[in-house]
Design a protein around this ligand. Structure first.
Ligand SMILES: [Zn+2]
Length: 696
C-alpha cells in the first residue's frame, strides 16, 4: 500500500499535527537547519491533502530533551488531542523527535492505533493500526531510545577519562581562573583574592556562615562575581555577599585546591521529573587533592565542613548542639539528658521580679508518646556552676587570649580597610578607562558617544559609592586600634571573670565563650542534687554536683531561724507584739514580705506553733468564765474586780481576752469596806476626801 492510499477522507476530516522539538537551546539557536527541515514537514502534510491552515504546529517544547514526557507540555497536548480523536495525522522529522523513551513512544502508538491516527516522518507514512507499520514504528522507537544511550556514553566516556586526570575544564568559581596555559590559578585581581581570603578568615573566626554575611554587611564590603553568559561574559562585578554565596564557597573543594568531578547525581522520580542530589564524599567520581593553588588548605576545608555540619545538626533529627542564641540559658544547645541520651530543651519561667529563669527538660519522648517528661530541672544552679568552672579554667590563659584577640581584631580591621581601598582603586581605574574611551570617540557619532557617556557617568557613580564606603568606615572607627585601645582591651581581657559577669556582655558572647571550652554537658537529677558531667574539647571530663534548686513552695518557705525566733517571742508576747518586734528586727516571711498579724496567725496555725493563749492555758490559767465559776460570781464582776486591781489577769489575743491565774481569792466586799472606812473617818476625824486606801 503506498503512502497516499493510507490517507482516507476520515483522516483528512481531522487536523494534522506537526511536532517540532530540539533538545537544547543551543541547538535551537545554532542548528537552524534541523529546525527548517522540521517545519518543512508542513509541506508534506499539504501534499498528502491537508489544507495548510489545518496543519497545527506544536513547538512548545523547544530546548527540552525527549528523554521524558514529564516537562514537555507540547507533547502532552499532542497526546491529549490524539486521544480525543482530533488528530488525523502526527508529523515529526523522525520518531526520536517525538520521544526518546519507549514508554512515551508506545503510549502514543497505542493511542494513534485506537483513534486511527496516522504517523508521518521523513522516511514515510505509517498507520499504527497495521501490524507491519506498528512493528516498524516500535523498532524505530527502540533504536531511538538506544541512540540516546550511545550518544551519552560516547560523550560521558571522553569526559570521564579527562576528568579522572583532572584535565576536564569546568567552570571555575569566582576567585580562580585559568591561566593562558590552561592551569588553574588564583584570580590575579588582588581585590578578589582579598575578598575570598576575608570570607574564609571570618568563617574561621566566627564559625557561622550567617556571621560572615553580617560581618561583610557591617563593614560595607562587597563580594566579587563574574558574568557567565551574555555580552559581558567573563566580566567581574561586585555584589552584596549573600548567605548562599558563603555556603557555596565553604562547600566548594576547589577553594582548597582540590579538583573534583561527579559531586552530584540526577535522580528521576516516578513522575518523570529529575532533580539533582549531592553525593557523599566517598561516592564522588573524581577528587584530586592539591591539584592547584587554593585559598585554604584541604584540612581547613574539612574543618569548615565539620563546623557547618555541626551547625546544621541543630536543625536535624537528633539535635546535639546548636549555635548560640539570645536567651539567658547559658548552656542552651549543649545539654544532653543523662538518663536517655537525648538532647534537652530549654524552657524559661519568669520570676516575680520579671527575670527569666532557664529550665532544662528532656521532653521529646514525653511529647511524642504523651508521657511525663524524662527529667526536668531548674537550670540556674547548673548555669552558675558551669560558668564558675569555665572561668576557673580560663584565668591562667586570660592574658594570652587577650593579646591574641587584640592582634586578631587589629588584623581583621586592617584587612577590611585594604579591601575597601582596593574597591576605590578599582573604581578609579574603571572611571579613568571610561573617560578615555569617551574622549576618544568622534563626538558626531552620537549613538556611540551617548553610550560611552552613560558608561562614564555610571563608573563615576560607582567610584563615588566606593569612596563613600571607604570614608564612612574610617569615620566609624573601623580604623586599626590605637595603642590606647589595645591597652584597654588587654586590661579588659586580663580580667575575664569581670568581663564575663559584666551585665553589658551580651548573652550570645557569653555562650560563645562557654562553647570554646565545653563540648557538651550531661545532666542527671537525683532526689537532692544535680550531677553535671562537663565534657571539654580533648575529652577532659569534670563532674559537678549542684544542689537541686528549691521547688517553688520550698523557695517561699519561712527560714528556720525566723520560725525559731517566732516561737521564742510567742512564749511571752501576743501576736501583735510579736509582729511589731519581728518587723523591728527586719525579719521577713518566705515571700520576702513584712509580717502582719494575719500572716503570722496563719503561719503559726500551719506550723503548729502554739500562741501565747495556748501556752498560758496549758500552764493552767483560767478563762473569765472559769474564774467566775471558781469565785462564784458573774464574769462581769470578774472584770470589775480586775479593773479595781483586786485580781490580776493577763491579756492574750482575740477580742481583748484576758486569762486569770488560778487560786485567786475573792476580794473583800467593797461596799462593806467603804462603810468601815467611813466609820473610821468619823471616829478619828479624818477627812474622807483624803482617803487613799484602794479603788473606790
Ligand atoms: Zn531523657
Amino acid at each position: 500500500m503506498n503512502d497516499a492510499a493510507k490517507v482516507t477522507a476520515q483522516h483528512l476530516g481531522r487536523d494534522a499535527y506537526l511536532y517540532v522539538r530540539q533538545s537544547s537551546l543551543h541547538q535551537v539557536t545554532r542548528n537552524t537547519e534541523s529546525a527548517r527541515r522540521q517545519y518543512d514537514l508542513r509541506g508534506r502534510a499539504v501534499a498528502l491533502g491537508w489544507p495548510a491552515e489545518r496543519v497545527i504546529v506544536i513547538d512548545a517544547d523547544q530546548g527540552q530533551s525527549g528523554a521524558s514526557a514529564a516537562d514537555r507540555e507540547g507533547f502532552q497536548r499532542l497526546v491529549a488531542d490524539v486521544s480525543l480523536g482530533r488528530a488525523g495525522i502526527v508529523l515529526g522529522l523522525e520518531c526520536s523527535r517525538l520521544a526518546r523513551n519507549n514508554a512515551d513512544w508506545h503510549r502514543l502508538l497505542e493511542l494513534c492505533a485506537l483513534r486511527d491516527t496516522l504517523i508521518c516522518d521523513e522516511d514515510g507514512l505509517y498507520d499504527p493500526g497495521q501490524v507491519n507499520d506498528r512493528l516498524l514504528l516500535g523498532l524505530k522507537g527502540t533504536i531511538s531510545e538506544a541512540e540516546l544511550h550511545y550518544i551519552r556514553a560516547r560523550l560521558q566516556g571522553g569526559i570521564l577519562a579527562k576528568a579522572a586526570r583532572g584535565e576536564l575544564r569546568v567552570r571555575l568559581p569566582v576567585g580562580l581562573v585559568y591561566d593562558p596555559a590552561g592551569r588553574v590559578c588564583l584570580d590575579p585581581d588582588s581585590g578578589v583574592q582579598q575578598a575570598l581570603a576575608h570570607l574564609f578568615q571570618t568563617f574561621q573566626a566566627t564559625g557561622s556562615a550567617t556571621a560572615v554575611v553580617k560581618a561583610f554587611a557591617a563593614q560595607g564590603l562587597k563580594f566579587p562575581a563574574r558574568h557567565v553568559t551574555g555580552p559581558h561574559a567573563g566580566e567581574l562585578y561586585w555584589i552584596a555577599l549573600r548567605h548562599d554565596n558563603v555556603l557555596f564557597a565553604l562547600h566548594n573543594p576547589r577553594y582548597a585546591g582540590a579538583y573534583f568531578y561527579g559531586r552530584r547525581r540526577s535522580v528521576t522520580d516516578l513522575d518523570g521529573r529529575t532533580r539533582t542530589q549531592v553525593k557523599p564524599r566517598e561516592q564522588w567520581t573524581v577528587l584530586i587533592e592539591d591539584a592547584h593553588p587554593g585559598y585554604i588548605s584541604f584540612d581547613q576545608f574539612e574543618a569548615n565542613q565539620a563546623t557547618l555540619t555541626a551547625n546544621a545538626a541543630s536543625r536535624g533529627d537528633d539535635r546535639r548542639s546548636g549555635p548560640p542564641r539570645e536567651g539567658p540559658a547559658l548552656l542552651q544547645g549543649l545539654v544532653v539528658c543523662g538518663k536517655c541520651g537525648k538532647r534537652m530543651t530549654v524552657n524559661y519561667h519568669a520570676r516575680c521580679d520579671g527575670s527569666l529563669m532557664p529550665d532544662y527538660a528532656c521532653q521529646r519522648e514525653g511529647i511524642a508518646t504523651g508521657t511525663p517528661p524524662c527529667q526536668a530541672m531548674s537550670g540556674a544552679g547548673v548555669d552558675a556552676a558551669v560558668a564558675a568552672l569555665v572561668l576557673e579554667q580560663l584565668t591562667p590563659l586570660a592574658l594570652e587570649t587577650a593579646l591574641a584577640v587584640s592582634s586578631e581584631l587589629a588584623q581583621r580591621t586592617e584587612h577590611a580597610n585594604r579591601i575597601r581601598a582596593g574597591h576605590v582603586q578599582r573604581a578609579q581605574h574603571a572611571a579613568d578607562a571610561a573617560r578615555r574611551r569617551y574622549l576618544a570617540v568622534d563626538p558626531t557619532n552620537r549613538l556611540v558617544a551617548d553610550t560611552l557617556e552613560a558608561d562614564y557617568n555610571h563608573r563615576l557613580r560607582e567610584l563615588a559609592d566606593a569612596q563613600d564606603d571607604h570614608d564612612r568606615a574610617q569615620r566609624a572607627g573601623n580604623a586599626p586600634l590605637t595603642s590606647d585601645q589595645q591597652e584597654r582591651i588587654c586590661a579588659l581581657a586580663a580580667d575575664l571573670p569581670a568581663l564575663f559577669n559584666d551585665p553589658a556582655t551580651p548573652l550570645r558572647e557569653r555562650k560563645r565563650l562557654i562553647r570554646l571550652l565545653i563540648t557538651d554537658i550531661t545532666l542527671i537529677k537525683t532526689s537532692d542534687h544535680i550531677l553535671a558531667h562537663v565534657r571539654m574539647p580533648g575529652g577532659t571530663l569534670h563532674t559537678l554536683t549542684v544542689p537541686r534548686s528549691l521547688r517553688a513552695w520550698e523557695a517561699h518557705t519561712t527560714p528556720a531561724a525566723t520560725i525559731a525566733r517566732i516561737d521564742e517571742l510567742l512564749a511571752d508576747h501576743t501576736y501583735d507584739e510579736t509582729v511589731a518586734i519581728l518587723n523591728q528586727e527586719r525579719q521577713r516571711s518566705g515571700w520576702g514580705k513584712p509580717f502582719t498579724v494575719a500572716s503570722l496567725t496563719q503561719l503559726c496555725k500551719k506550723r503548729g506553733i502554739p500562741s501565747l493563749r495556748d501556752r498560758l492555758r496549758a500552764a493552767g490559767m483560767l478563762t473569765i468564765q472559769e474564774a467566775a465559776d471558781q469565785l462564784a460570781v458573774t464574769p462581769a464582776t470578774i472584770k470589775i474586780w480586775q479593773r479595781r486591781g483586786d485580781i490580776t489577769g493577763r491579756r492574750v489575743d482575740g477580742r481583748r481576752e484576758h486569762l486569770y491565774h488560778p487560786g485567786q481569792t475573792r476580794p473583800p466586799d467593797h461596799r462593806r469596806r467603804a462603810r468601815q472606812h467611813l466609820t473610821q473617818a468619823v471616829d478619828t476625824d479624818i477627812n474622807p476626801t483624803t482617803y487613799t486606801g484602794g479603788a473606790v
